[in-house]
Design a protein around this ligand. Structure first.
Ligand code: SF4
Length: 232
């Protein structure tokens, strides 16, 4: 695994390739971001952005959403997928905010993950982007890119979160997650575009791919010619 200094240099490289990564999530407050992040499970940001303006127009805060019935929400978020479970989760979450936190989103990991539909990744998104508390959300992109670059090891999100947090100052945790997610979406896709990658020189995975290619025989190339033994 890379050293903390190497990890910081790689994150600097990604910062140069994806400037403004931390401004991608635009919501007015922690409540809106929390709802949008729950809706984004198994969906895309673009799809979520299509339903949230109308949703937040009707339910501008936790108290308004808490008073709604999940069945009433379902058609409004249908296009984000898993609409029944998500409707239940966001209404349940809003009711818990009203019941236990005065309708406000708590700036605390334990309190956030106790809310219906809120896991560690969602809590870290809200802490880091809306509540000023450093958090490093780990999704599938972070897992894939961090492992390829050897700045973390393993497929357990919490372990990867701990490894990255240990290598970086808290002020860089949230932007590091943003950068790895964007890099995973744009460049380091499942089939990576390594020739467009700013940190290729530091990437063990790209080196292994190059090595593998060098070992493969070129299709159509002839092997060494055999010399025939002349018949007598
Ligand atoms: S060099 Fe390739 S595999 Fe490595 S981080 Fe860049 S895109 Fe991903």
């Amino acid at each position: 695994m890379k050293t903390p200094a190497q990890t910081r240099r790689i994150i600097d490289g990604l910062d140069g390739q994806h400037p403004g990564a931390d401004t991608e999530l635009r919501y007015r407050n922690a409540y809106e971001l929390l709802v949008a992040t729950i809706l984004s499970a198994q969906s895309t940001d673009a799809r979520v952005n299509m339903v949230t303006p109308a949703l937040f127009g009707r339910y501008p805060d936790a108290a308004a959403l808490a008073a709604a019935a999940p069945a009433e929400i379902e058609p409004q978020i249908h296009s984000t997928g898993f609409f029944r479970a998500k409707s239940k989760a966001i209404v349940g979450m809003a009711r818990a905010l009203v019941a236990h936190h005065g309708g406000e989103v708590p700036a605390d990991m334990a309190a956030l993950t106790a809310l219906p539909g809120v896991g560690r990744k969602t809590a870290n998104v809200v802490l880091g982007h809306a509540l000023g508390v450093p958090g490093l959300p780990v999704d599938r992109h972070v897992l894939r890119v961090a492992n390829r670059l050897s700045i973390a090891e393993g497929d357990n999100p919490e372990t990867v979160e701990q490894q990255l947090c240990a290598a970086l100052p808290p002020a860089r945790w949230t932007v590091t997650s943003d950068l790895l997610i964007l890099h995973g979406r744009r460049i380091c896709k499942p089939k990576p575009l390594c020739d467009q990658c700013a940190v290729r020189d530091d990437c063990d995975y790209a080196r292994a791919l190059d090595h593998e290619r060098a070992q493969k025989p070129v299709r159509g190339a002839r092997g060494p010619r055999r010399l025939r033994t002349p018949r007598r």
